[in-house]
Design a protein around this ligand. Structure first.
Ligand code: AKB
Length: 313
C-alpha cells in the first residue's frame, strides 16, 4: 500500500483509520473521501475529496487524479438503518461496492472492504461459527454483505483484483460513534456510564454477539492488507473477533470502575431480532493461521481504556 483511497472516511471506522494510515504511510498518501464534509482532522489534515460512492465516474476520477494503488471501501449503511431503508441500503451498499471494485480493477489496485457478522443468518451454527459455513442472512444488510463477499471473490477470480476482507464484529471506539448498527449499544453504554451512571439497553439480557476494540480492528485490516498473498486461502472475508459478550457482561465490567452504574432494558424488537439472527461467537482460526490475526484487547482491558478516554473527552 503506497497511495490509498478511503471511502466513508468520516464514518466510525474511517475517522480513526484515516489518521492511522496517514501516520504510517504519510499524510499525502492517504486520500480520504466522504459524502459529508466537516471541519474534522480527516478533512483538514490531508487530502480530502467529497464523494457519493454511488457516483462511479467521480470515484474513478479521484482515484486516477491521485494515482492510488489501494482502495479501502468503508462507505455503507449499517444493519438497523438498512432494515429501515432496504432499497436505499441495496443502492448504497451494492452500488458503492461495485463502483469501488471497478475502480480497483481499472487501476490495478489492492482492495479492502469489510464484511460483517451480519453476513450470517439463523441457520448458521451459533457458537464457534466456522469460517466456511451456511450463511443465508435474513436482513438486507446481511444480503448485502454476503453478496459483497461473493462479488469481491468474483473480481479476484475473473479479473485478478487483489481483494481482501474481514467479517467485522461490533466495533467499539471512543472516537467516532457508530450509527444505525445493531451492536451500537456496546458503545452507547460507555458514554452513558460516564454521563449519567446508567444505561437502558435496546438489546436484551443474555444476547451474545462478537465485539472488538477499534485499535484491534484497524491493526487487523493493515495486517491482512500487508499479508503475503501466497498464504491466503480465503480472501472475502475472514472471521475476526476479540470477545463474545452480552449487555450484562459489559455492565459488570463497568461496575468494577463505577460501582453505582446500573443497567436496565427496553428491548427494541427490530434490533433484537437482527441480533438473534446472528452468531453468538465466531471462530477466527482461519485469520490466525493465514495472516496471524490477534486481538490485544479483551473486555476488561477495553473497558478500562474506554472509560479513561471518555472521561478525558
Ligand atoms: C452493525 O451492528 O450493523 C455493525 C456490524 C456488526 O456489522 N456494527
Amino acid at each position: 500500500m503506497k497511495k490509498i483511497l478511503l471511502t466513508g472516511a468520516l464514518g466510525q471506522i474511517g475517522s480513526e483509520f484515516t489518521l492511522k494510515l496517514r501516520e504510517i504511510y504519510g499524510t499525502d498518501n492517504v486520500v480520504a473521501t466522504d459524502i459529508r464534509e466537516t471541519e474534522s482532522e480527516v478533512v483538514t489534515g490531508g487530502p480530502f475529496e467529497k464523494l457519493d460512492v454511488t457516483d462511479g465516474d467521480k470515484m474513478m476520477d479521484i482515484a486516477k487524479r491521485h494515482n492510488v494503488d489501494t482502495v479501502i471501501h468503508l462507505a455503507a449503511l449499517l444493519s438497523a438503518t438498512a432494515e429501515a431503508k432496504p432499497l436505499l441500503a441495496w443502492n448504497i451498499n451494492m452500488g458503492g461496492l461495485v463502483n469501488a471494485l471497478e475502480t480497483a480493477k481499472e487501476l490495478d489496485c489492492k482492495f479492502f472492504t469489510p464484511s460483517s457478522i451480519g453476513a450470517f443468518g439463523p441457520l448458521t451454527p451459533k457458537n464457534e461459527t466456522p469460517q466456511d459455513t451456511i450463511m443465508r442472512p435474513t436482513t438486507m444488510y446481511g444480503v448485502n454483505k454476503v453478496s459483497g463477499e461473493l462479488l469481491a471473490d468474483y473480481y479476484h477470480q475473473k479479473s485478478g483484483v487483489d481483494t481482501r476482507g474481514v467479517r467485522f464484529p461490533g466495533l467499539i471506539s471512543y472516537v467516532a460513534p457508530p450509527g444505525g448498527g445493531t451492536t451500537d449499544y456496546a458503545v452507547e453504554i460507555y458514554y452513558e456510564a460516564i454521563k449519567n451512571g446508567k444505561y437502558t439497553s435496546y438489546i436484551g439480557e443474555g444476547t451474545y454477539m462478537d465485539m472488538m476494540y477499534m485499535p484491534d480492528a484497524l491493526n487487523a485490516v493493515i495486517d491482512l492488507m500487508e499479508a503475503d498473498p501466497a498464504k491466503l486461502k480465503h480472501r472475502n472475508a475472514f472471521n475476526v473477533t476479540a470477545m463474545s459478550i452480552a449487555p450484562e457482561d459489559v455492565a459488570k465490567e463497568i461496575q468494577k470502575h463505577i460501582p453505582s452504574f446500573t443497567l436496565d432494558y427496553n428491548v427494541d424488537p427490530v434490533r433484537q431480532g437482527i441480533a438473534e439472527s446472528w452468531p453468538n461467537a465466531i471462530d477466527a482460526s482461519a485469520a490466525k493461521e493465514e495472516w496471524g490475526f490477534k486481538a490485544e484487547y479483551d473486555l476488561a482491558k477495553m473497558t478500562a481504556d474506554m472509560l479513561e478516554k471518555l472521561k478525558e473527552k
